[in-house]
Design a protein around this ligand. Structure first.
Ligand code: NAG
Length: 417
């Protein structure tokens, strides 16, 4: 390290200590990460405060979310600043890198305008760097959903988003704070859209500014899909052509083909599943009352509510009325009677493990609710894939969704941590 770098590190450490902690990586430098959602920390059933995080099993935890605002000089925590200080202190005490996710599904509205012009990019670099110093962060995770692709419905959006994002990140890397931060992005299964609205063929310049990207391999199928399908498919190249909606395997193929090395790709994995209302005549293979059928149709008008954290519906961040989200955390499947406390199907629950997507389904014929989710077996398959493929590790959405660390322990062991 040069004297200048050492000097600025010392100064910044004194200011609040940006990135002065080495992030404790896995045996081959892999990331063991999860998102921590401040809105589930208190005031909800099964509240998950940061004291409940199994810190010793992670080397990175991402506080979610800081959100973009119409003012390029401001990132908003919507009043949760105090808990972010506590979170960072807790992470440091456990030698875990504290990152903050900026954006998210409901918080990406102003990324496009914040990076749209040279003036705005320069201002946004300062905003992000000051934010990192203020809270003593080790990293920033850009959770822009999505450059030049509408996410929630009312995001600012521009043809040049991906190019502008790159210019912004390059400038952030030239900033003395930005140079030291771990910079990452949560990304969809396809590379950032180019100016024509198609996945970019070459995003290799992003590999020079990001430490790694996290491919969000979840919400691939859900209540918006034509049939029931896997929330988080490991593979889909083995599926019927009509059912190839994306997967970890196809996403890694797409991102590496576009120039991101495998060892800069972290697999984003879910601790929750999606529910569907399925009649018994559709749920079971014809003539059976126990064997679940693949990809049954469902009744979208009877969307199950999900568990106690399931979004009940209402106005979203754009002010549009939405129905229930219908998600079940792993603990919610135990609470809801789908799974026993060991994570295996409860009595009276039908179970199917799909060998292509490597994901499980449970079905309660009484309530007619089917859930596509992840369990110890599917997380073991994902962990093995991470190790075999040489990915950079895993990041779980979200830390508080697990039950007795069933998922976390499984993926860590399988990935060789
Ligand atoms: C630059 O940022 C300001 C807000 O700080 C915003 O009003 C303006 O629209 C942005 N410029 C562009 C071209 O989006």
């Amino acid at each position: 390290m040069s004297f200048a770098a050492l000097f600025s590190l010392t100064v910044l450490s004194a200011l609040h200590g940006v990135a002065s902690l080495p992030s404790a990586l896995g045996p081959s430098g892999q990331v063991a990460a999860a998102w921590y959602t401040s809105w589930h920390a208190s005031g909800v059933p099964n509240a998950f405060p940061d004291t409940a995080i199994p810190w010793e099993k992670y080397n990175t935890v991402i506080y979610s979310f800081a959100v973009t605002t119409p003012d390029v000089n401001t990132i908003s925590l919507s009043g949760s600043d105090a808990s972010l200080y506590d979170f960072v202190a807790r992470a440091r005490a456990h030698n875990v890198a504290a990152h903050v996710g900026i954006g998210g599904w409901g918080g990406s509205m102003f990324f496009s305008s914040n990076v749209a012009t040279p003036e705005n990019r320069t201002a946004f670099v300062t905003t992000v760097a000051d934010f990192a110093v203020k809270y003593g962060l080790s990293g920033i995770e850009f959770d822009w959903e999505f450059p030049n692709k509408q996410g929630i419905g009312c995001n600012t959006i521009a043809a040049d988003d991906t190019q502008n994002f790159l210019y912004f990140l390059q400038e952030l890397r030239k900033n003395p704070v930005g140079a030291m931060l771990t910079l990452t992005a949560a990304v969809s299964i396809a590379p950032f859209n180019d100016a024509s609205g198609n996945p970019s063929k070459d995003v290799s310049d992003f590999a020079k500014v990001f430490d790694y990207i996290v491919v969000m391999d979840y919400d691939i199928w859900g209540k918006w899909s034509p049939t029931v399908g896997p929330n988080s498919p490991l593979d889909d190249t083995c599926a019927d052509p009509a059912n190839r909606a994306g997967s970890a395997v196809s996403a890694v193929k797409a991102w590496t083909a576009a120039g991101i090395p495998v060892n800069q790709i972290v697999l984003g994995v879910p601790s929750y599943g999606h529910s569907f209302s399925v009649s018994p005549s559709d749920a079971f293979v014809y003539g059976s009352q126990t064997e679940l059928a693949p990809n049954p149709k469902f009744d979208a008008s009877k969307q199950p509510l999900g568990d106690a954290w399931g979004n009940a519906g209402g106005a979203d961040a754009c002010g549009v009325q939405e129905g229930p989200g219908g998600t079940f955390e792993l603990w919610g499947l135990v609470d809801g009677g789908f799974l026993a406390t060991d994570g295996n199907p409860a009595p009276g629950i039908s179970y199917r493990y799909d060998t292509c997507s490597q994901t499980p389904y449970v079905y309660n014929p009484t309530s007619q609710v089917m859930v596509s989710f992840d369990n110890a077996d599917s997380f073991a398959a994902k962990g093995k894939y991470i190790q075999k493929t040489g990915l950079k590790g895993f990041s779980m959405w979200e830390a508080g969704g697990d039950y007795n660390d069933i998922l976390l322990d499984s993926i860590r062991t399988a990935a060789g941590y």
